[in-house]
Design a protein around this ligand. Structure first.
Ligand code: ASP
Length: 377
């Protein structure tokens, strides 16, 4: 074979190989296996809720059993997941979120932090959860998880068997958010209706599709998650809160102030009290004074979590304006003694102020330190 023919044959082989590669690439088959290997790994941790609920009667979507389908069954209804991530599942529990207790928060937080530490291959985690207590579990994880990997919570307002279920689209958007590097170190995120919400501001405003709108920091669009804001208060690995060695958290009660309210009475007083209040009656104020003087911190939280009020320093005696206003209670010996105004939750809802107080009390009972914690978080 002449030098020239050998050269031409070599060229022809290259051209054929390049053609095969081009056809293979454009039809997707040649590198399909590699693509699958390169997809980020996302772990779906299922806890229950309406997203895994099934109707008792196919014609009545309002009567259903929350927390019925398994994690595997939920993901089977969303085949598009496999285009965005390699999915693994873990069944943490399967219950309505009203049954999730503070001890479950501790267990979940511990398990997630450990998993994310040990499994370097995981890009992020999605936690499926009922919407009733979503804001509480989310805020607890936001303050205690030790990771910067995305942890995205998701639920549904319609059961999985509804003829227009919102769960599958929510789950797909949540997985895309958890798989994306731009979701790292933003604290615990919640994805509902293609909105990305921050755990600190999240609220269930309305119990129907579209009912989670507070705390939006981004959106999930055609190209995946896009962020508009970054949470500025400390979260996840930037907080000072360690989980208790046991599953037990300090017992903090949450009470509502209302017209004519007398304040709570306890057989065994709690470790702390949060009052959801726009303002308090004289009787409530006095009752709270007694608790505060007994060393039980009292925190006032505006019901919507949107008030910013100055913290007031401890005074020597009840302020004169209070004695004027509460003249019907004049002569009550409980006015005597140092006057300890409630701590102020500032921008936290009462439920979230309760969670912060539970965690804060694992570190300190000092009023000034508690006040600093409420200012910081
Ligand atoms: N009751 C349900 C739950 O919190 C409501 C829901 O998931 O939307 O588990």
């Amino acid at each position: 074979m002449t030098e020239g023919r050998r050269y031409l044959q070599g060229r022809a082989r290259w051209i054929v190989a390049a053609l095969i590669a081009w056809v293979g690439c454009s039809s997707g088959w040649l590198f399909a296996a590699n693509d699958a290997e390169e997809l980020p790994k996302v772990l779906i941790v299922a806890t229950g809720g309406t997203i895994s609920g099934i109707q008792d009667d196919p014609n009545d979507p309002t009567r259903y059993r929350s927390g019925s389908l398994s994690a595997g069954q939920i993901i089977a209804s969303v085949p598009a997941l496999e285009n965005h991530a390699t999915i693994e599942t873990l069944q943490f529990s399967n219950m309505p979120s009203t049954q999730i207790m503070p001890a479950d928060w501790v267990r979940l937080s511990r398990q997630l932090s450990q998993l994310l530490r040990e499994r370097e291959d995981l890009a992020g985690v999605v936690v499926t959860h009922g919407t009733d207590r979503l804001e509480e579990t989310a805020f607890f994880l936001h303050l205690t998880l030790r990771t910067e990997k995305p942890v995205v919570m998701v639920g549904a307002q319609r059961p999985a068997t509804h003829n227009s279920a919102d769960g599958p689209a929510n789950l797909l958007a949540a997985v895309r958010t958890a798989a994306a590097p731009q979701s790292r170190d933003r604290g615990v995120l919640i994805v509902m209706d293609e909105r990305i919400l921050s755990a600190r501001e999240l609220r269930k405003d309305f119990p129907r599709v579209g009912g989670f709108a507070s705390g939006r920091i981004g959106l999930v669009g055609r190209d995946g998650p896009q962020y508009l804001y970054t949470p500025s208060r400390p979260h996840t690995r930037h907080t000072e809160f360690a989980l208790p060695a046991s599953l037990e958290l300090p017992n903090v009660d949450l009470v509502f102030s209302y017209s004519g309210g007398l304040g709570p009475r306890y057989e065994t007083p709690p470790a702390g009290i949060v009052v959801a209040a726009t303002g308090m009656t004289c009787e409530e104020t006095l009752a709270m004074q007694v608790f505060a003087r007994a060393g039980i911190p009292v925190v006032a939280a505006f019901p919507t979590g949107e008030a910013l009020r100055a913290q007031r320093p401890v005074e020597e005696t009840a302020p004169a304006r209070m004695l004027d206003l509460c003249s019907a209670l004049a002569g009550d010996p409980r006015w005597e003694g140092p006057w300890i105004p409630p701590l102020v939750a500032q921008f936290l809802t009462p439920q979230k102020a309760r969670i912060l107080l539970m965690l804060a009390l694992t570190r300190t009972t000092d009023r000034d330190e508690l006040e600093a914690i409420f200012r910081r978080y």
